[in-house]
Write a protein that binds this ligand. Structure first.
Ligand code: G3D
Ligand code: MG
Length: 186
């Protein structure tokens, strides 16, 4: 908000959960994004950890948004430990591996698990390992990725490479803007 020439700084902290099958690249994505983050915390008791990072929102200089990004450790079948992990999340990143079809199909199960605990939240879908997909290993087409938006209640689909860095910053930025919009802040 700008009153006359006074600009008001608004600060928010949002909890984001990154979910998807083991091996799709969740931890690599968070590390890529938060490389220069101030700190990383490991919460061993529930087998997950979170990292924090301030989002670069050039178009909205009077907003300061810090993301607390929760990344699941451990195996998919330990679903009973996960409700506390989701609680309080304001946004979800659903990740699959472009070179592994099963990780794409199983995102529906991840959605069910997430929405059972927190209902529908601003969400984004990510097909990761674009560098491998571009080397002829693609098992999920761009169109297939796009087509999952309805079922996952997501407005955006991105293809990324945590290895090369493609589009990673954009995923977090677009999700942050969506949260700000959904909550009426912009
Ligand atoms: P997870 O946290 O979802 O379980 P990880 O996945 O981040 O641990 O990544 C699983 C493996 O995929 C790792 O390889 C990691 O290096 C690799 N990986 C993650 N993202 C990419 C990517 O964008 N491109 C490529 N080529 N590899 C990626 P290892 O060999 O350590 O198991
Ligand atoms: Mg991991």
């Amino acid at each position: 908000m700008v009153i006359g020439s006074i600009s008001v700084q608004k600060s928010y902290i949002y909890k984001i959960c990154i979910v998807g099958n083991g091996g799709v690249g969740k931890t690599s994505m968070v590390l890529r994004y938060c490389e220069n983050a101030f700190k990383e915390n490991y919460i061993m008791t529930i087998g997950s950890n979170f990292s924090t990072k301030t989002v670069d929102l050039q178009e909205y200089p009077h907003f300061q948004v810090k993301l607390q990004i929760w990344d699941l450790a451990g195996q998919k079948h330990f679903s009973f430990v996960r409700p506390p992990f989701y609680r309080g999340a304001t946004g979800i990143i659903y990740v699959f591996d472009l070179t592994r079809r099963s990780s794409f199909a199983e995102l529906l199960e991840w959605r069910n698990e997430v929405e059972k605990v927190i209902g529908q939240k601003p969400s984004i879908i990510v097909g990761n390992k674009l560098d491998l997909a571009d080397q002829g290993k693609r098992e999920v087409s761009y169109q297939d990725g796009e087509s999952l938006k309805g079922e996952l209640h997501a407005n955006n689909y991105f293809e990324t490479s945590a290895k090369v860095g493609d589009s990673i910053d954009n995923v977090f930025k677009i999700l942050t803007l969506e949260i700000l919009k959904t909550s009426g802040k912009i």
